[in-house]
Each structure stands twice: as C-alpha cells, then as structure tokens.
Ligand binder design. Structure first.
Ligand code: FES
Ligand code: FES
Length: 157
C-alpha cells in the first residue's frame, strides 16, 4: 500500500505517515488533531466533514489522503485570519446560525466555497449550493440569513 508522508493543511506542511486510502477526515482528526472537522455519517450523506481542497468544498470522509496530497487543504481551524474571524464565521455568530454547532464547521466551509464561486448568491442559490448539508437542529433559515449577511459584507474575504 502506498504511503502519504506529507499534507499541506492550513498553509503548513504537516508530516504524516498514512495509507493512501485512508480518509482525509480520519487523518485530520486522528493524526493531526484538527477536530474542528466533524465526523457525522462517514459516508457522504451529511457534509459535516466538509473542508476546502484547492478552494472547493470537499467531503473529507470520502476523500482519500492519496488523492489530496500536494493540494491545498483548509479546515475550519485555518479559516480565520490571525486577528479575528473570517466574515462567514462572524456572520454565523451575528445571525445566531447555530444551536449545537455540530454541523457548523461544515456549513461554514460550504458557504465559503459557495461565496468564492458566487459572491452574491440568491436565497435559492444558497439553498441549492448547500444542498446536502444536514442540520439536525433545523437552523437552515438562519444559515441562509448568515450567508446573505456575509455576502453583503464581502464574505469571500
Ligand atoms: S461525515 Fe462526511 S458526509 Fe457525513
Ligand atoms: S446546529 Fe446542531 S446540527 Fe446544526
């Protein structure tokens, strides 16, 4: 089995030693202690595990480390600048767009990817763009509101 010995995560080259067919989610959480990325279903059905790979929202439970080696991976821990929060994180707080918060990191990463593609999404664009992100607490209306707020403030910053 091929091994992967390095990943570029949040702008830092991280040494690992993992089978290439391990999930990115497993390596992030168990090897690199980046537990902001959540394990929900483990089979591509909830999007709680969403991270950015070369800027694209990616379900890390399905992505194999062998397929993302050499690509730029960003997790929720790497989103905020040193001096504050990313505009999408701030908008989620301002809109109170979370309850238990378990889906929130994945929602935020999905929103960042959406705003990079479409800086001024309609409500319908947001609903379809985040299709597949499951929130058991039912915060969907506030998530949509948060993303609209972030867009108005230039959320892809
Ligand atoms: S944990 Fe990856 S989609 Fe549910
Ligand atoms: S805030 Fe609880 S699952 Fe979404």
């Amino acid at each position: 089995m091929a091994r992967v010995t390095e990943l570029l995560v949040n702008g830092v080259r991280r040494r690992i030693d993992a089978d290439s067919d391990r999930s990115l989610l497993s390596v992030l959480r168990d090897d690199l202690d980046l537990t902001g990325t959540k394990f929900g279903c483990g089979e591509g059905q909830c999007a709680a595990c969403t991270v950015l790979v070369d800027g694209v929202a990616t379900k890390s439970c399905l992505a194999k480390v062998g397929a993302v080696a050499g690509k730029k991976i960003v997790t929720i821990e790497g989103l905020a600048p040193a001096n504050g929060l990313h505009p999408v994180q701030q908008a989620f707080l301002d809109a109170d767009a979370l309850q238990c918060g378990y889906c929130t990191p994945g929602m935020i990463m999905g929103a960042v990817s959406l705003l990079a593609r479409n800086p001024n999404p309609s409500e319908s664009d947001i609903t379809s763009g985040l299709n597949g992100h499951i929130c058991r607490c039912g915060t969907y209306p506030r998530v949509v509101h948060a993303i609209r707020m972030a867009a108005q403030k230039g959320g892809k910053a």
